[in-house]
Design a protein around this ligand. Structure first.
Ligand code: HEC
Length: 293
């Protein structure tokens, strides 16, 4: 009896030690490996961690920017939304393995409602890079793509994991979800605008703005926030109220933003609470930032 009581925790500790020693590896018995169609239970293709800084060099050297806009990264301004999807802030929207596949086989997933990205032969216009980079460059490039965005604001992928999006051709819902990325830094704020289309026409959608400290990534509450929606000579200004949800604290309003709108400008007033003196005038100056629609 006594022996058992002691043996159990020791066994457990050994298992833990083994798990720590082999972090990153799956240990499996031959029998289990073959029992599940040739993969360990729960297995998923996983790319090793890479170096985003080196990946950025690869992105520049291979001139990926000639087709993909990546705002704020200092690449030459060559791409448009017609040459390829914007990759600004893209890291939070897809798992690493999705990026890996997008580079390895651009035809694995074709976005049906973006015909400008597909050639006459129905295939992706993105060239193959399979003889242009080493595996190490590929891994670093993916680490770089995965690092784009983030900024403390989790995207849909962080909540749902990436498993279900991989490989399928039925992933357009995911693409519509992020749409164009509207994310800019103004003064001390990083401002990100999201618009969820209404379920039925003539109904309001949800205009939501995340405002985080550009340096720390923390969401900033207690700001008076308005949005000005401009369409031709007309403009309409709505007040946004703080809401809490899976995206953390955001400022939002139920409002219809028509596709034809020219721009949405976010107007941030001075914080309505006292700001710690150590912050030296932060959160006091009204700021505004415009996003093309
Ligand atoms: C000639 C233009 C062109 C070049 C150059 C190019 N791409 Fe693309 N890329 C596209 C197009 C078009 C798509 C969309 C169709 C598709 O998925 O292949 C795309 C898709 C992607 C996607 C998937 C984006 C998403 O949201 O699904 C990633 C990631 C990507 N490219 C990365 C790269 C990287 C990294 C390079 C450089 C090594 C590169 N591209 C070079 C045109 C290009």
């Amino acid at each position: 009896m006594m022996r058992h009581r002691v043996a159990l925790p020791v066994g457990l500790a050994l298992v833990l030690v083994a798990a720590l020693a082999s972090a990153g590896s799956i240990r499996v018995k031959m029998h289990d490996l073959h029992g599940e169609g040739g993969v360990p239970p729960g297995w998923k293709f996983t790319l090793p961690a890479g170096d985003p800084a080196k990946g950025k060099e690869v992105f520049a050297a291979l001139e990926c920017y000639s087709c993909h806009i990546v705002e704020g990264q200092g690449f030459p301004d060559k791409a448009t939304d017609k040459t390829g999807p914007q990759l600004t802030g893209m890291g939070v929207h897809h798992p690493a393995e999705y990026f890996a596949e997008a580079v390895l086989d651009p035809n694995a997933v074709i976005v049906e409602d973006a015909p400008e990205w597909v050639g006459a032969d129905g295939r992706s216009t993105m060239p193959s890079y399979n003889d242009a980079m080493t595996l190490e460059q590929w891994i670093n490039l993916v680490a770089y793509l995965k690092s784009l965005g983030g900024g403390g604001m989790p995207g849909p992928e962080a909540a749902g994991g990436g498993h279900e999006v991989r490989g399928g051709h039925d992933m357009h819902a995911g693409h519509e979800m992020h749409g164009p990325v509207r994310d800019k830094t103004v003064g001390e704020y990083r401002v990100r605008l999201d618009y969820t289309e209404p379920e039925a026409e003539n109904r309001p959608g949800l205009l939501a703005v995340s405002i985080t400290d550009a340096a720390s990534g923390h969401a900033i509450p207690y700001l008076p926030v308005r949005a000005r929606i401009a369409l031709g000579k007309k403009a309409r200004t709505v007040s946004l109220a703080p809401v809490i949800g899976s995206e953390g604290l955001r400022y939002a309003a139920a409002v219809a933003v028509p596709d034809e709108a020219d721009s949405v400008t976010v107007l941030v007033g001075a914080a309505t609470v006292r700001v710690e003196s150590a912050e030296r005038g932060k959160y006091r100056t009204p700021r505004q930032v415009s996003f093309e629609w």
